[in-house]
Design a binder for this molecule. Structure first.
Ligand code: ZN
Ligand code: ZN
Ligand code: ZN
Ligand code: ZN
Length: 212
């Protein structure tokens, strides 16, 4: 009884219970925190907060990655319900990629080496193989011109007949500064070619001629 009286005395000393928000006496039960008006306002603001939080959660749940190439952003409900891109730039980039995929031809295996290549011209031969082909073509043309200029009926050094066609030899070897020109090249037999190696013409004579 003494404790209760003490509490009531303390409350009387503090005056009527006041609203915790506007600090006016609220005239309600002593345990009430707010006056009627403030209680309504607090309630309303709590509901608004809860609604906002739900909206945020829904937005987060609906987020999906942007479909733009190389874009790491995500697209939510605020971008529109069925938007796939975070921005116009991403939409245009994706369109460009799709268009390229449509117009780009499928790679085909190179006719020489089998590597898959995409080429518009020189059908189905990759670039390194094209280079090899050009080199081979140049060599064949040069050999033809050497045969035409100097003849290929017999060895140019020893006059031996060349039933298998002979090989091309440099009079001044490449290693001694000779050039791959028609003037410096002759059709010779295999024996002469193997024996002469990188000697000049005045350092060497056909061995199978001097022996016999
Ligand atoms: Zn109040
Ligand atoms: Zn994007
Ligand atoms: Zn190739
Ligand atoms: Zn010969």
């Amino acid at each position: 009884m003494a404790a209760r009286r003490a509490r009531e005395e303390a409350r009387a000393a503090a005056g009527a219970p006041r609203c915790h928000r506007c600090n006016e006496p609220h005239g309600r039960a002593p345990w009430a925190l707010y006056c009627v008006r403030c209680a309504e306002e607090v309630d309303a603001s709590r509901q608004t907060e809860r609604r906002k939080r739900l909206e945020r959660e829904r937005e987060e749940a609906a987020r999906k990655p942007c479909q733009g190439p190389k874009c790491s952003k995500s697209v939510g409900l605020s971008n529109g319900r069925d938007r796939a891109y975070c921005s116009d730039a991403c939409r245009r980039a994706a369109e460009y990629v799709r268009k390229r995929a449509r117009t780009k031809p499928e790679p085909v295996p190179c006719r020489r080496c089998g590597k898959p290549v995409v080429l518009k011209f020189r059908d189905t031969v990759c670039r390194p193989c094209q280079k090899v082909q050009r080199t081979v073509a140049r060599r064949v043309t040069l050999q033809r011109r050497v045969r035409k200029a100097h003849g290929d009926a017999g060895c140019s050094h020893c006059s031996a007949p060349l039933p298998e066609g002979g090989v091309i030899d440099h009079l001044i070897p490449i290693s001694r500064g000779g050039l791959s020109t028609v003037a410096n090249m002759r059709v010779v037999c295999v024996l002469c070619n193997a024996s002469k190696k990188d000697q000049l013409m005045d350092e060497w004579s056909p061995p199978h001629l001097t022996l016999s």
